[in-house]
Design a protein. Structure first.
Length: 196
């Protein structure tokens, strides 16, 4: 997002120090905006997840038959867990979930203090992770040079993120890094063409 923002703002930036200041403010403004958006999305995700669990608990508690309650659980449990267990273990897991849900109180679905703390942490992670895009605007007095250095830093960061992602996805690090950088550049191009 910062790359798209600075590239777009670069078209209208004034020459000299004033242009650098405009691009710096654009980069920081983008970081703040996306930090706030991601923080709000974090809270919404937490509430949605608890709501899903609350619906499952209520569905189990409202179901009179244990066989039907087990079917509800079977439909909700993630497939990856089923692939890691034997059939007998799955049935024991499902029965344990049904027994636990029948004794549970309703979950609090509204946002909690922990959700807001997580949103604040999310905001700072997004804001700080995008600061390298703003650094060139503090160093270079020519807005075009600062913009190009910022763009290169963002592309390098996309590559590094792709490499780190590949560790979790168990795939080729170099390929993932290159694909992430290329995908980022393609998305920036599309955003610019659409006026974003």
């Amino acid at each position: 997002m910062v790359l798209t923002f600075t590239l777009t703002a670069g078209f209208a930036a004034d020459p000299g120090r004033e242009g650098v200041r405009e691009l710096l403010l654009a980069a920081i403004g983008c970081n703040v905006a996306w930090g706030i958006i991601d923080g709000i999305m974090y809270i919404m995700s937490c509430v949605t997840e608890r709501g899903s669990k609350a619906r499952l608990i209520l569905a189990i508690q409202n179901e009179g038959s244990n066989a039907n309650a087990l079917e509800i659980v079977r439909g909700e449990v993630e497939r990856k867990f089923e692939l890691l267990t034997e059939l007998e273990q799955q049935d024991a897991l499902y029965r344990s979930i049904v027994d636990h849900a029948r004794m549970s109180n309703a979950l609090r679905v509204s946002p909690t203090k922990e959700d807001f703390l997580g949103a604040l942490i999310c905001f700072w992670l997004v804001f700080v992770s995008c600061l390298p895009a703003a650094l060139p605007f503090m160093v270079f007095s020519n807005p075009r040079v600062a913009l190009r250095v910022s763009n290169v830093l963002m592309i390098v960061m996309l590559f590094v993120i792709g490499v780190k992602w590949a560790e979790y996805a168990h795939t080729s690090r170099i390929s993932a890094g290159l694909i992430m950088a290329a995908l980022g550049l393609a998305l920036v191009g599309v955003a610019i063409l659409l006026g974003g």
